[in-house]
Design a protein around this ligand. Structure first.
Ligand code: FES
Length: 307
């Protein structure tokens, strides 16, 4: 019995990872992906000066956490509730459950639309295999949401059993899509803070002559942790080596009007605190206290700077 369960688990794991790899290898998905990305660019451009505010909301920059992963719980939970109530409604005398199931399904549909908007906003910055997996994840969710909408309408017209079948099928697609989405987060680190290890050295550590900062950011290493130094007028800024969004090297970034700018997707971080001001990043960039002693830049660790 135990051996059977173990072999079933191994098979599931094997087929699941094979499915993710297979989707990631589908290069023919690149063309529709670029078209969709261009369409999204046009949609966001239509917001004009509000574009940054809208994308910050959808990425979750204001929340300090990707909004998509928080929102996906709503449709998944609501539709699971609808499916459960559907199952209960077939028991004798439980037909009142049907109304509750339709209500839960309606909540699921609204939540799916929010998850789609936030997911597409995050997806447009992915690359390669992640982008292919992401577009299939979105496609499965779109079909599932369509099935939920048809199911809701069927129920409203009194075709309850047909509605039950539609939402159950849609929920199967949502689960498959959730597997792909989870592989992006837990496998590829999409949505995870990618800024890497923090500097925890307590003492001021001399790293570089200030005159060496001749307009270009400089990467230095302290206690095995990469730190990027920027000169901003008379002050020197020390920030983490990697962008928290997808790990861009911040030594290729620049300082613009008191903001550190990521070279890949243009996230902006407040110079002194590292707080994220513009997405797609949602987490702060590590920033460290600096001082200049006898023409030498000194840096100390993150926690030490807060004591
Ligand atoms: S890597 Fe995407 S904003 Fe920095």
């Amino acid at each position: 019995m135990v051996n059977k369960a173990r072999s079933a688990t191994e098979r599931t794991r094997k087929y699941g990872s094979q499915a993710v790899k297979t989707v990631g290898r589908q290069q023919w998905l690149d063309r529709p992906s670029y078209r969709l990305e261009h369409a999204l660019t046009l949609v966001f451009a239509a917001f004009g000066r509000r574009r940054e505010r809208v994308t910050n909301v959808l990425h979750g920059t204001w929340l300090g956490h990707p909004l998509h992963s928080a929102l996906t719980a709503l449709p998944t939970g609501a539709v699971a509730t609808a499916v459960t109530l559907d199952a209960a409604s077939v028991l004798p005398g439980q037909t009142a459950m049907r109304d509750a199931a339709r209500l839960a399904l309606g909540v699921g549909i609204i939540g799916s639309l929010g998850a789609a908007a936030t997911g597409a906003t995050d997806w447009q910055h992915t690359h390669g295999e992640d982008r292919r997996i992401g577009i299939v994840h979105g496609l499965l969710n779109t079909v599932a949401t369509g099935l939920y909408a048809v199911s809701w309408w069927d129920r409203r017209r009194g075709r309850h059993f047909r509605g039950m079948a539609g939402s159950a099928l849609g929920y199967g697609l949502t689960m498959a899509s959730g597997y792909l989405g989870a592989s992006l987060v837990y496998g590829s680190g999409v949505g995870v803070d990618r800024s890497g290890p923090r500097l925890e050295v307590e003492d001021w550590t001399p790293v570089l002559a200030v005159r060496a900062l001749n307009g270009r950011p400089q990467r230095v290493e302290i206690d095995g942790v990469g730190v990027v130094l920027h000169r901003d007028g008379e002050t020197v800024l020390a920030v983490g080596e990697y962008c928290p969004h997808l790990g861009a090297p911040m030594s290729d970034g620049w300082v613009d009007r008191g903001r550190v700018v990521c070279p890949w997707h243009g996230s902006r971080f407040e110079c002194q605190s590292g707080e994220v001001l513009k997405g797609p990043a949602t987490a702060s960039l590590p920033s460290y206290p600096t001082r200049i002693r006898d023409g030498i830049v000194e840096v100390r660790g993150w926690e030490a700077g807060r004591r």
